[in-house]
Design a protein. Structure first.
Length: 249
């Protein structure tokens, strides 16, 4: 008889300076090849089922699967305050396409899709280059956690906390989500592509306040691109703590 020892999705185990016996047991279990393989299979089945329910193949499966991996790792390390929503930005797509997805994980549906701009030095129609360096004016890949809002040059803006080597300078670079005239559908219709930012994921002003309400103050945002170097060194793609919620014994 198989029993699920942790509720899949939104459960988390607190982390302290010392690991609890349960946490050490998880580590020991995941060190067993057969158990780890089974947990990976359970996770894959869960992600596949959720992806099918979302019903939108324009959302690239690889981007979604990676976003879910990092989301669950962030959850296990208690980095998320808002666990009901996940935002995925797919920079493998052209800026003329809707490539930002806000996903309601509780109700298993896509809340919102939108175009979103990339950095001016990342590319023109397609983003090709990414950087974490100050003054690069490029977009940064990886996992972010949304924080607070403020009113500035572009009216409402949402701060982003970069969680990895690839985006750790987001705050010092002033990388935030904001609305912009160059990121509107009107601009897209006239020019065939969105304008570009200094590295911020800029969106149309229309519905931006609602977007911020959905994702502000502690949710996961993932910027995807099929970069081998990013995937190799990603902190939240390469840890297996997320598998703790998918162990059956």
């Amino acid at each position: 008889m198989l029993f699920l020892i942790a509720f899949i999705g939104f459960s988390s185990i607190s982390l302290g300076t010392e690991k609890s016996n349960i946490e050490m047991d998880y580590a020991a279990l995941l060190a067993v090849d057969s158990i780890r393989t089974e947990a990976e299979s359970n996770f894959s089945a869960y992600v596949s089922s959720l992806y099918e329910e979302l019903g939108d193949t324009n959302l690239l499966y690889t981007a979604f699967e990676q976003a879910m991996t990092g989301y669950h790792n962030l959850d296990k390390y208690e980095k998320l305050k808002r666990k009901e929503v996940l935002t995925v930005i797919d920079f493998s797509k052209a800026s003329s396409k809707k490539r930002l997805y806000i996903i309601d994980l509780c109700n298993r549906q896509i809340l919102y899709k939108s175009v979103v701009a990339h950095g001016v030095n990342s590319g023109r129609l397609f983003a090709r280059n990414f950087s974490n360096e100050n003054n690069s004016r490029q977009s940064s890949l990886g996992f972010y956690v949304t924080t607070s809002t403020y009113t500035g040059k572009y009216d409402l803006a949402l701060r982003l906390d970069g969680m990895e080597h690839s985006n750790s300078h987001a705050s010092s670079r002033g990388v935030v989500m904001h609305g912009a005239e160059y990121a509107t559908y009107e601009f897209l219709e006239k020019n065939g592509a969105l304008g570009r930012s200094y590295g911020c994921p800029a969106m149309p002003y229309e519905n931006f306040h609602q977007v911020v309400d959905w994702i502000k103050e502690g949710s996961c945002l993932y910027i995807y691109y099929p970069s081998r170097s990013y995937k190799r060194y990603s902190k939240y793609l390469n840890r297996n703590k997320y598998l703790e919620d998918f162990i059956w014994t």
